[in-house]
Design a protein around this ligand. Structure first.
Ligand code: ZN
Length: 378
């Protein structure tokens, strides 16, 4: 899908940054570009559909080549709507934006982009109240601030969409929209311009390879000694680990440090030992793990040799395959390496006796479940 953006001279949006951020956040599944033709509205208000018919021929010709064209302006609609589309061409008005929210207009652009694209999916009728869901109608516009900060598709809408027979492309679009909303919410809750948020994320991602960590070792502090041993073995195999003892500068909150580095960590291993579930009892840790799931990075639950039994897991981890150190530590280490790197070593290629009942770890891809477990980096 190709999407073109335009703005008129009533606005000074960072469209370059917006396009770069969206293309990167969407993994190129939607192709965003800035149009080159001049978009200009004649008159002091936008009328539907008269204004659309008065747009210049050169602009319309260029806009028609895209699957969706979005034009931003501060000129008001005569009915005070945010937008009213005609086919694949949508004019979005940020009239009196500053009276509705302190958040940057770029954040609003992402909000409305998702709001427009949702019409390509079987969303139910829009909410009449302000719920924070992207499917709010925003009758009096007052819900825009909480909508951007929430950045979510609500459970009720999610259930209704899931009940339809979605195509693979529908799921892909829904997935991309959720990523945009999620990032919008994260940035907005920090009063940050979403373009700056994406730029920070990209700066970390493009950091040189030697700066990247292969695996984040998520563990209960009481299991630290056991995890440290496994960590040494991993490092000896050339696998760079993120382990709080080493990576946390004294005096820095781990949330802040991890927030900055999370995009440069390629997988997460979650250790469970004699102390049982610990790490994911913390809301923040669950949020970070959700972020790995969202980025489709492997998330590998690991049972330490000291564990008595497999504890109850949060729902989003239940479907993942375990690595078990209780019986054959060497095999388990090989499996852990396989899970982290995606490469099998010879050791794993040996047949595994059935009684061990060790399932093979795999590169885990888990579908994000919308707002549940939403990462909160603030
Ligand atoms: Zn909803």
């Amino acid at each position: 899908m190709k999407v073109l953006f335009y703005q008129d001279d009533t606005l000074d949006l960072n469209l370059d940054g917006l396009v770069t951020g969206l293309n990167s956040a969407g993994d190129g599944r939607i192709n965003f570009r800035q149009g080159s033709a001049r978009f200009q509205i004649s008159g002091s208000s936008i009328r539907y559909s008269g204004t659309y018919q008065q747009l210049s021929k050169s602009f319309v010709k260029e806009a028609q080549r895209a699957d969706l064209t979005i034009c931003f302006t501060k000129i008001p609609y005569d009915n005070n709507y945010f937008f009213h589309g005609q086919g694949n061409l949508i004019i979005i008005s940020f009239y009196s934006w500053e009276q509705l929210t302190r958040l940057p207009i770029e954040n609003g652009a992402v909000y409305f982009l998702v709001s427009v694209l949702r019409f390509r999916l079987p969303f139910p009728t829009a909410h009449r109240d302000v719920t924070g869901c992207i499917n709010d109608f925003l009758w009096d516009k007052s819900g825009i601030d909480s909508g951007m900060r929430s950045g979510l598709v609500c459970d009720a809408c999610t259930r209704q969409i899931d009940d339809q027979n979605l195509t693979v492309n529908d799921y892909k679009l829904l997935d991309v929209l959720r990523v945009f909303l999620n990032d919008l919410g994260l940035a907005s809750r920090n009063d940050e311009n979403v373009v700056d948020y994406w730029k920070r994320l990209n700066d970390v991602r493009t950091a040189k390879a030697s700066d990247r960590f292969a695996v984040f070792l998520c563990h209960n502090v009481q299991d630290k000694a056991d995890v440290r041993i496994i960590r040494r073995k991993l490092e000896a195999l050339g696998i760079r680990t993120w382990f709080d003892e080493e990576q946390l500068r004294p005096g820095m909150a781990w949330q802040v440090v991890l927030e900055e580095q999370i995009a440069a960590i390629e997988s997460a291993a979650i250790f469970v030992g004699r102390s049982g579930i610990g790490p994911w009892q913390s809301v923040e840790m669950r949020a970070f793990l959700s972020e790995f799931v969202r980025r489709r990075c492997p998330v590998i639950p690991v049972i330490l040799a000291s564990a008595k039994d497999i504890p109850e897991l949060p729902i989003f981890l239940r479907q993942l395959t375990w690595v078990d150190f209780r019986e054959t530590p060497d095999d388990a280490l090989s499996r852990l390496v396989w899970g982290i790197t995606g490469k099998r070593t010879d050791k794993i290629a040996k047949p595994v006796r059935a009684k061990r009942r060790i399932k093979e770890p795999k590169r885990v891809v888990v579908k994000s479940n919308g707002n549940a477990g939403k990462p909160r980096l603030s």
